[in-house]
Ligand binder design. Structure first.
Ligand code: PEP
Ligand code: MN
Length: 250
């Protein structure tokens, strides 16, 4: 059994539970977020994801709503009950993030940003540590030690696919990292089939495989209208496909 990471008041990730963290790649506007929150209420889903500062490969791509997005989430939290996961890209934003988010996400591009990891070690909020796209499992585990050495033991590993020679899928979903992380560390490990696979119709297969191999949860990109998404529409599930997946998972 993995260590339980407490999130918010009364919820935990690990310790035999299966967490489903879903939401858009990017927080785009209030209407989009309220649509997803109503869907979450219907399915009793507690965890919402949404990128606010987006580390995009191309600097001309949508970079996220930034501070405006953080204020939108702060307002939505007064109206809806949810736990929010968002990527932290800059140490200078940690204090502000801490007021609004419930779980920090460290993205693949920042897995080796040791300054950021050390600072998050001083927080007590949970940290989802995504695997670097070219990181070995050993490098990923050592990165987590930058957080735990600071005293923050609330670590959740996240497999999000790695680079290999095959480009059919966006990345290669290294499903074996799940039992390996469980063997080597006491922490929970979740899987992000959206970024690993990159093709929405194939994402459910990765999600089901992740649950079957013993992952402690999933992080999934969903969107009310994937074709109009400002980022990662290709891999985002529409709400009907997400509902079909949920009925298989729960
Ligand atoms: C994301 O979760 O939207 C994201 C950018 O993921 P990754 O860091 O795994 O590429
Ligand atoms: Mn994304």
């Amino acid at each position: 059994m993995t260590k339980a990471v407490q999130v918010g008041k009364g919820l935990e990730i690990g310790n035999g539970s299966f967490a489903i963290i879903s939401g858009p790649c990017s927080v785009e506007n209030r209407e989009q977020m309220e649509f997803i929150l109503s869907f979450h209420q219907k399915w009793k889903l507690s965890f919402l994801r949404g990128g606010i500062f987006k580390p995009r490969t191309n600097p001309k791509s949508f970079q996220g709503l930034g501070y405006e997005g953080l204020e939108l989430i702060r307002e939505l939290k007064r109206q809806y009950d949810f736990l929010f996961v968002s990527e932290i890209t800059d140490v200078r934003d940690i204090d502000l993030f801490e007021e609004v988010i419930d779980i920090f996400q460290v993205g693949s591009r920042n897995m080796q940003n040791y300054v950021l990891l050390k600072e998050l070690g001083h927080s007590r909020k949970p940290v989802i540590l995504k695997r670097g796209m070219s990181a070995t499992i050993s490098e990923w585990i050592q990165a987590s030690e930058y957080i735990s050495l600071g005293g923050n033991e609330n670590i959740i590993f996240c497999e999000r696919g790695i680079r290999t020679f095959d480009h059919y899928t966006r990345n290669f979903l290294d499903i074996m990292s799940v039992p390996i992380i469980h063997k080597e560390t006491p922490y929970p490990v979740i899987v992000d089939p959206s970024h690993a696979i990159g093709i929405s119709e194939l994402v459910p297969f990765g999600a089901i495989a992740a649950k079957a191999i013993g992952a402690d949860g999933l992080i999934l990109e969903i969107h009310p209208d994937p074709a109009s998404a400002l980022s990662d529409g290709m891999q985002s599930l529409d709400l009907q496909s997400f509902e079909n997946l949920l009925s298989r998972l729960i």
